[in-house]
Design a binder for this molecule. Structure first.
Ligand SMILES: Nc1nc2c(c(=O)[nH]1)N[C@H]1C(S)=C(S)[C@@H](COP(=O)(O)OP(=O)(O)OC[C@H]3O[C@@H](n4cnc5c(=O)[nH]c(N)nc54)[C@H](O)[C@@H]3O)O[C@H]1N2
Ligand SMILES: Nc1nc2c(c(=O)[nH]1)N[C@H]1C(S)=C(S)[C@@H](COP(=O)(O)OP(=O)(O)OC[C@H]3O[C@@H](n4cnc5c(=O)[nH]c(N)nc54)[C@H](O)[C@@H]3O)O[C@H]1N2
Ligand code: SF4
Ligand SMILES: [Mo]
Length: 729
């Protein structure tokens, strides 16, 4: 991207005074001193968009990390967080050596140990679990690339239970819903074709604060070329401020709006008749189903004027099929989330946008073979049948279910590996659940870079080196242009830290399972894989990013009769699979719980400077945003007697209180809600910047709504009130 284009983005998305700078640095980069500058390819690990970049050093000292110009994830530019990647490497509070929990002087503490001692301890406990309970009783929680290595090691041992919080606490409902409707999920990066959209509908997706790099850039491009933006959000988000229509919906009532939109599209004959006739099944049932849900009905639920519901439906239809009703990403909200995401999928089908320019494109990845290694044994049992049998449509691990089945003497799971996920702050009400699981488990190994809260519950803490100090698997994501990107070490691992591949191989060898890791070094694996697709590690060390040709079409091919991967082979407006398991085959509206007197909806989200809790202690990002604040509407603030900048604590109806947090009085939130950025309120004392600053939303969640289709945790049904910090005993 050249400087002019960047300025356009800034103008489109960044001009408003309240808007933080979205993309890091400035186009004219500072010149280095007189030293020797070297660069090595990397893939950013500050969030999961996985932008490729280059780490530059001057005379062997870290200088800066910048985006790769040929990378579709970043178009040459890293975001605020990615630009601060060096902060993760230099953080003085990083874990430095393996730690073992020991009983000493009547209490428990962690003792630094050698890798050998840590591995021996882990192998001994795992063997004991295997002998006493079975080798299928280990579970893996992971949110990051290195987790795959641990997964291989655990599969070799006989355990294949695995969950990541990006399913049941994040995008599981949309993947399930789109799978049921179109036979395929949305995936990551999201397969949205926003750059070509003429109308974009964001339902709670706060793109701009949710800073997934190229997604923000394509939204900016679409706006620049005149696309209409419709934002549905109870909060005046950054995206709302760029919108032609901001629908400040009553929290939790989106389904009513979605049904009313369908009602208008069908009754005013605005849907894509030809597309629906050709590709969809169940239209008749849908048309009858939505008759009851006209905009006047929806008004009573959502508080949105019938005229604006009609007007926005017509705007969507005018631009169709280049209308994208964005599927959202963190969509575990009110428990009916798969159904709400189904409604979004159906709306896209009515507009004919699935598989069409400006809607959703077909994804492809590089056909990259696995390194030859023995196949792991078949586990002794089917853990899904034990742990999540009530969700037959789900093949992915449901993290909260795995936790539930780790508590108590008779629990199925006896040991955990936790890789790069801070479960106490990631699962709603996580502290109590992780505490309970830790009491029952015979082994908990945590692999992290930082002394996060989860490490406090571990028997063994293994310090991973940061992404700038290691190889990982090649980035190979399903996307528009199949692309490989290489992450390689720019620095030697600091202290006694090591990469996950080394850790997994070391434990496997201690377990007598070394044959499953038939290589000395991960470079061997990467070089072998790359040679199978006509490249090599040496080439990728120079290129960083390599694009590959597509095999199939980017959009639906109008000339070919198509079979979708659903039972009927069609886009299922009426879901036969949901009907089969006794769930609503057509989405139905359930009114959400309302806050008790004196309480507010607890709304939360992202800020451009941080990723969840993982970046708060990053010295560069902490400086940009050292604490969160609780947004309160002026009317609510007046009633509560609190003012801008006052410290308060949030308290839920069960009496749980947060850390103290500052009030931000603003018109940008509805009077019935408060809003805060997730990730603050760390309690581990070893994170010296992050500890004690701001409040944590996860600890306040008391009314978690499980999704009956996919088991995820609906996290938006909790309520809080504000207690002045001075009044707290
Ligand atoms: N209350 C609440 N809960 C939420 C959300 C919310 O908004 N509010 N959001 C949900 C969503 S959308 C998601 S995707 C999940 C995210 O959930 P998590 O991924 O669990 O989020 P973090 O809290 O950032 O925890 C990441 C952990 O990984 C460690 N880490 C970072 N880099 C590395 C590395 O290179 N190697 C290793 N080994 N460890 C590393 C960090 O130190 C930290 O302990 O949370 C979900 N839970
Ligand atoms: N900077 C930054 N960017 C990130 C991340 C990060 O940690 N930091 N995390 C990434 C990840 S893993 C994810 S999953 C995404 C999450 O980002 P998104 O999927 O975009 O957002 P959500 O967290 O689902 O929703 C937040 C928005 O929903 C609004 N909202 C709250 N309640 C309702 C409601 O009832 N109805 C409607 N319509 N809106 C409501 C809030 O006001 C807020 O604007 O962000 C990604 N991008
Ligand atoms: S969006 Fe930002 S933090 Fe995420 S991978 Fe890209 S540069 Fe890194
Ligand atoms: Mo997420």
């Amino acid at each position: 991207m050249n400087r002019r284009e960047f300025l356009k983005i800034s103008a489109a998305l960044g001009a408003a005074g309240a808007m933080p700078t979205l993309l890091g640095g400035c186009a004219a980069r500072p010149l280095p001193g007189s030293g020797v500058v070297t660069g090595s390819p990397t893939v950013c690990n500050l969030c999961f968009w996985q932008c490729a970049g280059t780490l530059y050093q001057e005379d062997g000292r870290p200088w800066k990390v910048v985006g790769h110009p040929d990378d579709p994830h970043c178009e040459g530019r890293l975001c605020t967080r990615g630009s601060a990647g060096i902060g993760a490497y230099v953080d003085p509070d990083r874990l430095r050596q393996p730690l073992l929990r020991v009983d000493e002087g009547g209490g428990q503490r962690f003792r630094p140990v050698s890798w050998d001692e840590a591995f021996d301890f882990i192998a001994r406990r795992m063997k004991a679990i295997g002998e006493q309970h079975g080798s299928d009783r280990m579970a893996l929680f992971s949110h990051g690339d290195g987790g795959e290595h641990l997964r291989r090691m655990l599969q070799a041992f006989g355990s294949d239970a695995y969950a990541h919080p990006s399913f049941a606490q994040c995008r599981g409902p949309r993947e399930t819903a789109f799978g049921l409707t179109f036979g395929e999920g949305v995936g990551s990066p999201d397969r949205t074709d926003m750059a070509h959209s003429r109308c974009i509908v964001l339902i709670g997706s706060h793109i701009g604060e949710n800073l997934h790099n190229s997604q923000v850039q394509t939204l900016a491009k679409a706006l620049d070329s005149g696309a209409t933006l419709i934002t549905v959000d109870p909060r005046f988000s950054v995206a709302a401020s760029k919108s032609a229509h901001w629908l400040a919906i009553k929290p939790g009532t989106d389904m009513a709006l979605l049904l009313a939109w369908m009602n208008v599209l069908i009754n005013e004959d605005l849907y894509d008749r030809e597309y629906v006739a050709r590709h969809c099944t169940g239209f008749g049932q849908l048309a009858r189903h939505v008759q009851a849900f006209n905009p006047e009905w929806a008004y009573l639920e959502t508080g949105l004027e019938p005229s604006s519901i009609r007007e926005t439906a017509r705007a969507m239809a005018r631009a169709a099929p280049a209308t994208l009703v964005h599927p959202g990403r963190h969509v575990t909200w009110y428990g009916d989330d798969t159904q709400r995401c189904r409604a979004i999928a159906i709306l896209n089908a009515l507009l004919g946008s699935w598989g069409r320019p400006g809607g959703f494109y077909n994804q492809e990845k590089v056909d990259l073979p696995e390194y030859p290694a023995p196949k792991p044994p078949k586990p002794a049992s089917d853990w899904k049948a034990v742990v999540q049998a009530e969700y037959p449509l789900v093949s992915t691990g449901i993290s909260n279910k795995l936790v539930e089945h780790s508590v108590g003497k008779d629990a199925f799971f006896k040991g955990w590996f936790v890789y790069a996920t801070n479960l106490p702050m990631t699962l709603p009400g996580g502290v109590e659940q992780i505490e309970a699981a830790a009491q029952s488990l015979e082994l908990m190994v945590v692999v992290d870079t930082m002394p996060a809260e989860i490490t406090g519950y571990a028997d063994v803490v293994l310090p991973e080196c940061t992404y700038l100090e290691r190889y990982d698997d090649l980035r190979n994501k399903p996307e528009r242009t199949p692309t490989l990107a290489l992450r390689m070490p720019a620095f030697e691992p600091a202290h006694e830290t090591r990469p996950a591949w080394w850790i997994a191989k070391g434990i496997a060898e201690r377990l007598g399972l070394g044959e499953y890791f038939p290589w000395q070094d991960y470079q061997e694996v990467l070089d072998w894989q790359l040679k199978q697709v006509g490249s090599s590690l040496a080439e990728m060390q120079t290129l960083g990013v390599k694009r590959f040709p597509r095999k199939g079409a980017v959009y639906l091919d109008a000339d070919n009769p198509l079979r979708f991967k659903t039972p009927s082979g069609k886009i299922e407006l009426y879901s036969s699979l949901l009907a089969d398991i006794g769930q609503d085959p057509l989405p139905r509206y359930t009114p959400p719980d309302r806050p008790p007197e004196g309480y507010y909806h607890l709304n939360y989200g992202r800020a451009p400077a941080h990723t969840f809790g993982r970046t708060i202690n990053n010295p560069q990002l902490f400086e940009l945003m050292p604490e969160n604040a609780v947004w309160v509407h002026p009317a609510a603030a007046a009633g509560l007697g609190v003012g801008n900048g006052d410290y308060v604590r949030l308290q839920n109806p069960e009496g749980t209180r947060s850390n103290r947090v500052r009030v931000r009085v603003t018109q940008r939130i509805r009077p019935d809600s408060v809003f805060m950025v997730h990730g603050f309120g760390h309690t581990d004392q070893r994170q010296r910047l992050a500890r004690g600053v701001g409040a944590d939303d996860a600890g306040l969640m008391h009314n978690v709504k499980l999704d009956p289709v996919m088991g995820g945790t609906g996290m938006r049904a909790s309520f809080v009130t504000l207690v002045k910090a001075g009044e707290v005993s």
